[in-house]
Design a protein around this ligand. Structure first.
Ligand SMILES: [Zn+2]
Ligand SMILES: [Zn+2]
Length: 114
C-alpha cells in the first residue's frame, strides 16, 4: 500500500519534471501569462474561494481575485514585460535578463513578491 503510493508519487514527480523541461503546453501557458514553474507546479493547488484584493506589483492597479490564487502582476504588465503574472518571473526563466521597472512610485508599490 505505502509502496504503491510512493510509486505513484514518484511517477507524478517524474512526469512533472518532464513537463518542466519540455513545456508541452507552451501555447496555453503563454496565453495564461505564467512561467513554466507556476504553470506546471501550481495546477490543482487548493485555493480558498473568497475575494482577494491585491494591487499589481508594477502599476499598482487594484486587482480583485475570486480566490486565494492571487497574482503579483496585472495582465497588462505581465504582457508588456513578458513576465509571469503569477510570480513575476521571466516567462522563460531567463535569469540573465535585466528587468528595470519604470520609476517606483512613492513607497506604496513594492517589488513583485509572492
Ligand atoms: Zn500592472
Ligand atoms: Zn511564475
Amino acid at each position: 500500500m505505502a509502496t504503491a503510493r510512493s510509486n505513484r508519487r514518484y511517477d507524478d514527480l517524474v512526469k512533472l519534471a518532464e513537463n518542466l523541461q519540455r513545456d508541452p503546453q507552451l501555447e496555453l501557458r503563454i496565453q495564461e501569462n505564467v512561467c513554466v514553474t507556476c504553470f506546471y507546479t501550481e495546477r490543482g493547488q487548493i485555493v480558498m474561494n473568497a475575494f482577494h484584493h491585491q494591487p499589481c506589483g508594477l502599476c499598482l492597479t487594484p486587482q480583485i481575485y475570486v480566490n486565494s490564487r492571487t497574482d503579483v502582476l496585472c495582465l497588462k504588465c505581465a504582457n508588456e514585460h513578458s513576465l509571469c503574472k503569477h510570480c513575476g518571473a521571466d516567462w522563460n526563466l531567463d535569469s540573465t535578463r535585466e528587468f528595470d521597472p519604470k520609476e517606483k512610485s512613492s513607497g506604496i508599490g513594492s517589488e513583485p513578491s509572492p
